[in-house]
Design a protein around this ligand. Sequence first.
Ligand code: AHM
Ligand code: MG
Length: 324
Amino acid sequence: MAEISVIEHIHSMQLKWSPTATGQFTSLLHDLILSAKIISRSVTKAGLVDILGGTGDINVQGEQVQKLDDFANSVMIYRMKNCGVVCALGSEEEDELVIIDKDKAYGNYVIFFDPLDGSSNIDANVSIGTIFSIYRVNDDTELTKEKILCQGTNQVAAGYFLYGPSTMMVYSTGHGVYGFTLDPSVGEFLLSHENIKIPETGKYYSANAAYYDRWSNEDKKAMDLFNHGDYSLRYVGSLVADFHRTLLYGGIYMYPADTKNTHGKLRLLYEANPLSFLMEQAGGLAVNGEGKRILEIMPEQIHTRTPFIFGSKKEVEKYRSAFN
Ligand code: AHM
Ligand code: MG
């Protein structure tokens, strides 16, 4: 069987869907993939070198920064700032949007990312990931926050890298969802999951059930619809890992608002939007607590949070039935 590399795949998708492409997007993906390979290398060696544990700092989210968080963020920022095609970026680990100096090579792409999602799991050698969301700005006038912050429906591509037993890349440009597995012997991501579709229904439900007492009555009622023997509970606590399992096996993931996280915990721009883009492309649903499509929420700022519920159509509709 021909082994298709991710860059080859991106080229073939562009030929099919955007034949007049300039190559900027491929260039961006190339640098993104290089960042992920560098992060993956460090994640794999984490127990052997002094990169486990915290830096002692607290980030803008009020969370402890892990050394690997810090490392992954600097790799991503460096590569994205210097790839020549990005004009602005937003990271979970940065307080503000970063607008790239116009004296550097400068392109039309905006990228949001969570450099290392699931970082509370790092020291336990549990799967973690990098999530990305890409937009294109089509005018050359001065960039403003208003131009950059928009609904997730405007994403031109989204995806994630999963650092698990194998390192994977899953991405979509709006024409299906494709998965690639890093073959360390050749150093390339090779196509392993073609045109992924989530099952219409699945037996896994996923939520931090310890927060039950903090949820609204509707969310408690929704949880009760799954918390019995017809379903099975899975919760890693690394969003990328929980998403990947849900994408492949079906079922539902729920991180609703609670009395502590009154707007939900997960961030719209670099967690919920890119994963919702993939989920919808795979035939699933992604909504907030009010049942609104995640991709239609207008962000108020770069770190806007949202309740986040996604999965197979049948289970997400069942979740929604608790609100009627
Ligand atoms: P992080 O991006 O700082 O790692 O935080 C997000 C993580 C998600 O990966 C995970 O789904 C969630 O937080 C777990 O939260 P909780 O510990 O409240 O269940
Ligand atoms: Mg995260």
